[in-house]
Design a protein around this ligand. Structure first.
Ligand code: ZN
Ligand code: ZN
Length: 246
């Protein structure tokens, strides 16, 4: 018993989750209803985006690509953003998933991405050779991954790939360096902080279209640094797909 118990709780996060379950009653992050982290009613109130814009200057673009002038500053082609960080339930879900390690929330966050993508593809699908896309999570450094116990982006990328039956790559794009969290940095500092952090350790990507999954996008510096490496290795298009803009 003792042996299996210690095996079960093998890192700090799992201990945290264990105590979280003991101490906090599970209640809806939206309305406080007991028994679930997100009730059906609050889930159905989540607003999904049906209009898209250039991540950099915010002007409307038809399928979330950068506008013709901003695109010159990016390797990334655009970022598909499913919801609105300003909607309180969305920011709560993301923070609770990422910082409080409430893993069960991954299903709700994944569902948000899937519902959004379904709608997006119905309307704009012809612009994407979607079934040919390769899905990839933004990687964490080995240090951060050990510390958190999971990569939130990888969990979401798996759900999307499974649902749409797309090819998934989780170990080939690598984050070599552990950097300062980007949260308190401005745009320029973010770009410098993340520079040279990623490498690609598999075959040439030969014209592949890639969708990089993450939970949130801010300036796009991290997604863009990944895109730079992926295009250097042959990718033709690199899109971001995130739950919200933070
Ligand atoms: Zn609720
Ligand atoms: Zn723009």
């Amino acid at each position: 018993m003792l042996f299996s118990f210690s095996k079960l709780i093998k890192n700090a996060n799992e201990i945290w989750v264990f105590f979280l379950d003991l101490i906090f009653p599970k209640e809806c992050l939206g309305c406080g209803r007991e028994g679930t982290w997100l009730c059906q009613k609050c889930f159905s109130n989540i607003k999904l985006r049906s209009e898209h814009s250039c991540l950099a200057c915010k002007q409307k673009t038809s399928f979330a690509q950068f506008c013709p002038s901003c695109v010159l500053n990016y390797d990334l082609d655009g970022v598909l953003i499913a919801g609105y960080y300003e909607q309180k339930i969305i920011s709560k879900l993301i923070k609770s998933f990422k910082y409080y390690f409430i893993r069960e929330l991954y299903q709700d966050l994944g569902k948000i991405l899937i519902l959004f993508l379904n709608d997006f593809l119905n309307k704009k699908g012809q612009k994407f050779n979607f079934q040919e896309c390769l899905i990839m999570p933004v990687p964490l450094s080995a240090y951060r991954r050990r510390w958190r116990g999971f990569n939130q982006a990888e969990i979401l990328a798996r759900l999307v790939a499974d649902h749409f039956n797309l090819e998934l790559s989780v170990n080939e794009l690598i984050r070599n360096k552990h950097t300062k969290p980007q949260v308190k940095l401005n745009k320029m500092q973010r770009e410098n902080n993340i520079k040279g952090c990623f490498s690609w350790c598999a075959n040439n990507l030969e014209g592949r279209q890639i969708i990089l999954v993450d939970d949130v996008v801010t300036t796009g510096a991290t997604l863009n640094e990944c895109a730079k490496i992926l295009k250097h290795h042959g990718a033709s298009k690199v899109w971001g797909l995130v739950v919200a803009n933070g």
